[in-house]
Design a protein around this ligand. Structure first.
Ligand code: PFF
Length: 486
């Protein structure tokens, strides 16, 4: 495949592009985060809103990011500087950099948990443990609680987090072709196969049907005001959108590739994996009597029980699953770090090696604070969201550092980034440029452009604004004012 700018690294094959972009999208977001926020937000109704966000906002924003990156041939900040010189649009890229630092901080912590589980699985540590005991062990591990019941082992999860961050930096230093592409190609399809096997096992457990119902039968009453923003935020998080990841990857895609088809393929693959992960988790959650709304521990507490129920081969499956989950996390984390490294090396003229090392050290340090916030470091931070409190404080909910970084990045920075990106493509970029990027071998179906343009100009930006207003109760207040039910 041609490489437009000889100084820039690029993807070498069509499958490589899809695998790398899907590798970025598919990660802990699908397998760890999706099931737990579905659990917190009450199941099927949340999933439906999530799917609407994916289709009407996520897919067009992904295509927009690819298009910006390929047009500009630059990183997240440089792309805006090149396409809209002497305007403040580059701030969108900066915001993305901020989001990258925040996301990778807590992402590295959770990825570290998957390493720990690989080790535990190898030693057969979960064998004969009850669901409660597994939950207790997980809680102690992430909070660093030792046998004496104090936080004496705070370093334990941190050790795994640091190992994961070192690996991420190592792959980035290998470059795009040798690093990202090689790993993504073989391992992502393997992950899919393992999840499908887990689905079959989970659905065949006694008492699993309540879990299937939880996933597919909407209970609209279970939705909270914040659920809609959670759904939108997760659509961005899961598809790796709003912070320039796909702009950066788009800049590595050759001119001949069909960006529309690539975005749709990646979107479908990502959504499918999330739903399949949900189908592996919730039937088991109900079969083993685990509380669906337990939060971030859901996958880690549920799946060991499924492996136990598989008999002798369960351990082997467990090892394979957590290894592949760690790899899925790695292909996502490298895409996050790549946003920062591409910026520092292209805009600040740092060499890639220095850029990688410096950013990894900062992110790892922030990650250590995230990990400690689940144990000894209990400081909380207010996030804009309707809370139970009285007066002005009712607009803020308190979160620990780990959750605060997650909420600020996924629920605010990414959607605002997505808003800017869709407005940029819809209203600011030259129509000719957009059309040229959308056309294939010089041919552009006009209906395709009209639909995409409409989504970027109106549907995506207004949808995002609507969700923010909904989260703050403004939509509800307006409805109540007019005497309508909501
Ligand atoms: N999409 C990744 C996941 O679902 O695990 C996480 C992620 C990667 C978020 C890259 C944002 C990003 F830019």
């Amino acid at each position: 495949m041609e490489n437009l700018n000889p100084k820039r690294d690029g993807f070498t094959s069509k499958f490589g592009i899809i695998a790398a972009a899907a590798g970025s999208a598919i990660g802990l977001g699908n397998i760890w985060k999706f099931p737990y926020i579905v659990g917190i937000n009450g199941g099927a109704a949340f999933i439906l809103i999530y799917l609407v966000c994916i289709a009407l906002i996520g897919a067009p924003v992904m295509l927009s990011e690819f298009l910006i990156g390929r047009r500009a041939q630059k990183n997240a900040v440089g792309s805006f500087k090149k396409l809209a010189p002497n305007t403040p649009w580059f701030l969108t890229g900066w915001m993305g950099l901020g989001a990258a630092f925040m996301i990778l901080s807590f992402y590295g912590v959770v990825a570290g948990w998957t390493f720990f589980y690989v080790v535990k699985m190898i030693f057969g540590a979960f064998k004969d443990m009850s669901p409660d005991a597994i939950g207790g062990m997980f809680g102690n591990f992430i909070s660093g609680t030792n046998d004496a019941g104090t936080f004496g082992e705070w370093w334990h999860p941190i050790m795994y987090q640091v190992a994961f961050m070192a690996l991420t930096a190592g792959v980035i230093l290998g470059g795009v072709k040798n690093g990202i592409e090689k790993y993504s190609k073989i391992l992502m399809p393997m992950l899919l196969v393992i999840i499908i096997i887990l689905d079959i096992k989970a659905i065949s457990l006694k008492g699993s049907s309540a879990g299937v119902e939880f996933l597919f039968k909407p209970e609209w009453g279970a939705l909270k005001l914040s659920s809609v923003l959670d759904a939108l935020g997760h659509a961005f998080f899961s598809l790796s959108l709003g912070m320039g990841t796909m702009i950066t990857y788009g800049s590595y895609i050759g001119k001949k590739e069909n960006l529309g088809v690539t975005s749709i393929q990646v979107t479908i693959a990502d959504t499918l994996i999330a739903l399949l992960a949900g189908l592996a988790i919730f039937p088991a959650v109900f079969a083993f009597g685990i509380e669906p709304g337990v939060g971030p521990g859901l996958v880690f507490v549920t799946l060991p029980n499924v492996f136990n129920a598989m008999g002798n081969i369960g351990q082997l499956f467990g090892i394979m699953f957590f290894v592949l989950l760690a790899v899925a996390a790695l292909t996502s984390s490298i895409s996050i770090l790549e946003v920062v490294v591409a910026y520092l090396s292209e805009e600040m003229n740092l060499d890639r090696k220095k850029a990688t090392i410096i950013s990894t050290i900062i992110i790892t340090f922030m990650g250590i604070l995230c990990s400690l916030s689940l144990g000894p470091f209990t400081q909380t931070f207010p996030i804009l969201e309707l809370s139970e409190a009285e007066g002005f404080a009712r607009f803020f909910t308190q979160y620990g550092f780990f959750d605060a970084l997650d909420k600020i990045s996924a629920n605010f920075l990414l959607p605002i980034g997505g808003l800017m990106i869709s407005v940029f493509v819809g209203w600011k970029m030259k129509n000719e440029d957009v059309k040229e990027e959308l056309s294939n071998n010089g041919v552009l179906r006009i209906g395709y452009f009209v639909v995409f343009d409409f989504l970027c100009k109106f549907v995506a930006p207004l949808g995002i604004i609507f969700v923010f207003l909904y989260n703050l109760g403004v939509v509800k207040a307006v409805f109540t004012f007019f005497g309508w039910e909501i």
